[in-house]
Write a protein that binds this ligand. Structure first.
Ligand SMILES: [Zn+2]
Length: 441
């Protein structure tokens, strides 16, 4: 008996695999893994997906993929044959600037570019995973029906979000002449061979549940500063990045915590040289939720928001720098500013992992996050560049609250904020909700 399974995966956000390769300017450039046969094409090693599938299989992991590596080595009942990426996905380069946490401005060093692989946006799967075994597929199909894969790193900044959109499977009886003939009468090679074998294969009915929600907010954004509208990269990848949401909201939540004397990272020292490489203290509730180099992955994941990217909608305004000495216009200092008119952006925050016993109490952080949204709504903070001159104003239009991570499906659901039900919430609440619970005051 020989079973083949093909899993079609749709990318919901850009992804990047691997990090710093040996390269001339390796310090400033992160490259995603490339196809060994074609340097211009991205590649997804099957090991990462196999690991994600194994983790999802839970108690069925040994039955499907054999005992863990530290035990006796035996062949895995299921073989991961490999992956194939659609021709429609493309690699783009994105620039990133770290923030100097001491001064709260862009750091003077450390600008770097990194590769990101963009989804094809064709409505067809972007990535295929091929598996094979000499067993029937029943157990594997059970696991695949609810699997939510992630591709590469950066999942808490919205990278590598993906979902299974189709599963095809077929079993050939090698003990019968027709089954054997079907298998060998195929003169294709590699993925094409399995694609040919899976023509007219059965499809699995998927039973996916979206990841557990922390909060979802829809904003109306005015005059968001955009990169050059003629830049093909911007036309192709108009994402407001999860890392930008995360950076902005982390900074505001930390500020709120300091004002209210709640436990959070200490202010990094100005002159001990740590401000530029600072990534959080690793011990406080803010680090538990947003992550840090010491404590690792945070509990929450911030989605990338798809932006309007119609070049015709971009408005151009000419501005002139002021000569601080004469108070007049400075000659030769006319510059162009490109902004997007009012449009909607949706931010989704969901649970990337549950808090464990090593994590501090994070119960006040959702309230502080909602309060930070209130500060955005009030115009105290803005989105994107040049907020100081009035760009990137935000109004919160719609808000939905999620559930606590430890929510038990058999008991009554517990909302992310004590005393408030999960589901659509009154947006006016973002300005009146106390951050400290009455018990803390
Ligand atoms: Zn911290």
């Amino acid at each position: 008996m020989r079973t083949y399974v093909r899993v079609g995966i749709a990318l919901l956000s850009p992804f990047r695999i691997g990090g710093w390769l040996t390269h001339d300017d390796a310090a400033n450039r992160a490259r995603t893994v490339r196809d060994p046969a074609n340097e211009d094409r991205p590649f997804v090693p099957s090991t990462g997906l196999a690991g994600s599938l194994r983790a999802h299989a839970g108690a069925k992991a040994e039955e499907l993929f054999g005992p863990p590596q530290d035990g006796e080595l035996t062949a895995s009942p299921w073989w991961v044959l490999g992956t194939r990426l659609s021709d429609d996905v493309t690699i783009v380069q994105r620039g990133q600037t770290p923030i100097n946490q001491g001064r709260r401005v862009a750091a003077s060093r450390g600008f770097r570019t990194s590769d990101e692989v963009l989804p094809g946006g064709t409505g067809k799967p972007d990535l295929y995973l091929y598996l094979s075994s000499d067993r029937p597929p029943t157990t594997l199909l059970d696991v695949l029906a609810t699997w939510r894969p992630s591709v590469g790193g950066g999942i808490t900044s919205g990278l590598g979000d993906a979902e299974v959109v189709q599963v095809h499977f077929k079993t050939f009886e090698t003990s019968s002449a027709t089954g054997l003939l079907d298998l060998v009468r195929n003169n294709e090679a590699g993925p094409a061979r399995i694609d040919a074998l899976l023509a007219n294969a059965d499809t699995l009915t998927l039973k996916q549940e979206p990841p557990s929600l922390v909060l979802q907010a829809t904003f109306l954004v005015d005059d968001l500063l955009v990169a050059d509208r003629d830049d093909p990269m911007w036309r192709q990848a108009a994402w407001f990045h999860g890392s930008a949401w995360k950076g902005l909201l982390r900074s505001r939540v930390t500020y709120i915590a300091r004002c209210l004397d709640l436990p959070c990272c200490p202010v990094p020292g100005e002159d001990d040289g740590t401000t530029e490489s600072w990534t959080g203290c690793g011990k406080c509730p803010v680090c538990a939720v947003f992550g840090s180099a010491d404590s690792g992955q945070g509990c929450w994941s911030f989605s990338c928001s798809e932006q309007v990217h119609d070049p015709n909608a971009v408005q151009t305004r000419h501005r002139t720098a002021i000569d601080r000495f004469t108070g007049g216009y400075r000659a030769g200092a006319l510059f162009e500013e490109q902004t997007l008119p009012s449009h909607e952006l949706t931010l989704t925050v969901h649970w990337a992992r549950k808090p464990d016993e090593h994590d501090p109490d994070i119960s006040w952080v959702p309230r502080a996050l909602v309060r930070a949204l209130g500060d955005l709504d009030d115009g105290i903070i803005g989105l994107g560049g040049r907020t100081g001159s009035g760009l990137g104003r935000i109004r919160v239009d719609d808000l939905e609250l999620g559930l606590r991570a430890e929510n038990d499906s058999s008991a009554a659901p517990t909302g992310i904020i004590a005393g408030l039900a999960a589901g659509p919430a009154d947006t006016a609440m973002i300005k009146t909700l106390p951050v400290k619970e009455p018990a803390d005051v």
